[in-house]
Every structure is written in structure tokens, then in C-alpha cells.
Design a protein around this ligand. Structure first.
Ligand code: AMP
Length: 245
């Protein structure tokens, strides 16, 4: 089956609407969903272009009879899956351990959905993730948005020509890097990291992206430690954070 770029985008957007309506469908399985879509499109390949409502109805009809177990959902469920580890990696730091959230398929998927927000598939050219936990969410978001994934890494890890940006840590300094040709100028970009604390890391990432002359639409974080006021370093760029402490 051949389908144009725009009909694919419309199809992807419709499927997102259907899944948002009942997140348990996503849980149930991509195989059932894929089969349902294939069946509908094979039956009438014009449907994707002609009517999203008809397509959505057909997908619902195919999947609705399946009995689904309830799943935990919402931000409270995400927050409950984050483990506080006191005094890690050093005394006085309350480390937000996201590994229990990542290990739960439904919570991981929900967090990626929420990080993407209202950006429809194909509306973003590149999702940038910050070394290292930012990669996990940014790569998953990139797949979902049909966008490329671009890493911002710690200095010395990227093999080709890089731009570099240093920033202050509580003790000492750190340097982040991006390949000079990582993103085309003018591209629409979403930046994702796991946690906004003092904002030094994110501000350095923003400075690197500035060197590439891209259009940074939004920065999304799973967690924001509001009391550290990291947002103030991000000067007017829209910031989305799912959980605030
Ligand atoms: P900052 O530059 O101060 O905003 O720190 C943000 C970066 O440090 C993020 O990439 C986080 O992964 C990490 N980070 C800072 N504080 C914490 C924390 N309390 N728990 C987990 N990760 C943290």
C-alpha cells in the first residue's frame, strides 16, 4: 500500500487520539493494533486520506471487545514509581531514581507520551537527548514522533567534529558536546532530559543548539526540582515538566 507523507501524519495523529482515549489499548499490544489498522487500510486504502473519524471508529471496533486488565495511570502513578535515594551520589543529595518507572512498560510509555505533549507525529525534525538518562526518553519520543534522535554527550565521547559548551557544577565544571552537523539549520527541535535541577546542564544544551541555528520548540523534563529554580536559566524557552518537587 502506498500512502503520502500527509496521510501518514494524519493516520498517526488519529491513532494517537484513539490510544489517548483509552491508554489500555496501547498496553494490550501493538500487534493487535497494527493488524486492525492493516485490515482497515487494505479494505479501503483511501480511508486514511478520506476520513480519520471512520478509521478511528474501525480501530475502536476491532479492539474494544478485548478485555483489558486495569493499569495504573496518571502523574500520581509516575511519581509513585520514582524512588528517592538519600545521600547519592554524595551526602545531602536526594537522588531521584527513575529505574522502577522505566521497568514498567505502561509507565514508561505514559511518560514518553506526556513528554511529547501535543506535538503531533511528523511535526518535529529532531529530538535531542542529554547524556545519559535523557537518551532513554528522547530516543523513545523520537520514534513516536517519526523524528530523528540526536545525542548531546559529555566531552570526549563524540567521534566527529563537535561544538562544546562548559558549565559550572556545585564542585568543578563539566563540558557537553554535539556534532557540528547533527541537525540542519532551521530544524524544529524538541530537547528532553530526565531532570531539571540547577539548570546548568539544560542551559549548556540550549547554548549548543544555538550554535546550530535550529528552532528549539520546547524542553521537556520528567522531573523538575522547582526549589533550585533551574527554569530561570532557560530564558523564555517553553519548558514542560511532568513532576515537580
Ligand atoms: P542540573 O544541571 O543541576 O540541572 O542537573 C541536571 C542533571 O543532573 C540531569 O541530567 C540529571 O540527570 C542530574 N541530576 C541532578 N540532580 C539530580 C537528582 N537529585 N536526582 C537525579 N538526577 C539528578
Amino acid at each position: 500500500m502506498r500512502s503520502s507523507h500527509s496521510s501518514k501524519a494524519a493516520l498517526a495523529a488519529t491513532i494517537r487520539v484513539v490510544l489517548k482515549h483509552d491508554p489500555r489499548l496501547a498496553e494490550r499490544g501493538r500487534v493487535a493494533l497494527t493488524n486492525a489498522i492493516r485490515e482497515v487500510l487494505e479494505h479501503d486504502p483511501m480511508l486514511a486520506d478520506a476520513g480519520n473519524a471512520a478509521l478511528a471508529a474501525a480501530i475502536r471496533k476491532t479492539l474494544w471487545p478485548i478485555t483489558l486488565p486495569p493499569v495504573a495511570s496518571g502523574k500520581a502513578a509516575l511519581a509513585a514509581a520514582i524512588r528517592n535515594v538519600p545521600d547519592f551520589p554524595k551526602r545531602g543529595i536526594q537522588f531521584k531514581d527513575i529505574t522502577p518507572l522505566l521497568a514498567d512498560a505502561s509507565l514508561f510509555r505514559q511518560s514518553v507520551d506526556l513528554l511529547i505533549g501535543d506535538h503531533p507525529p511528523c511535526s518535529i525534525d529532531a529530538v535531542v537527548g542529554i547524556d545519559a538518562r535523557g537518551f532513554i526518553f528522547a530516543a523513545a519520543a523520537a520514534l513516536q514522533l517519526n523524528a530523528g534522535f540526536v545525542p548531546i554527550r559529555k566531552k570526549g565521547k563524540l567521534p566527529y567534529k563537535t561544538h562544546e559548551q562548559s558549565y559550572e557544577l556545585e564542585y568543578g565544571a563539566n563540558t557537553l558536546a554535539i556534532h557540528t552537523d547533527a541537525i540542519q539549520p532551521g530544524s524544529r527541535v524538541l530537547l528532553i532530559d530526565d531532570l531539571l535541577a540547577t539548570g546548568g546542564t539544560a542551559a549548556a544544551a540550549v547554548a549548543l543548539l544555538g550554535k546550530l541555528n535550529i528552532n528549539l520548540l520546547e524542553i521537556s523534563f520528567l522531573i523538575e526540582l522547582e526549589f533550585l529554580q533551574g527554569r530561570s536559566k532557560l530564558h523564555g524557552i517553553p519548558v514542560r515538566s511532568l513532576l515537580t518537587y
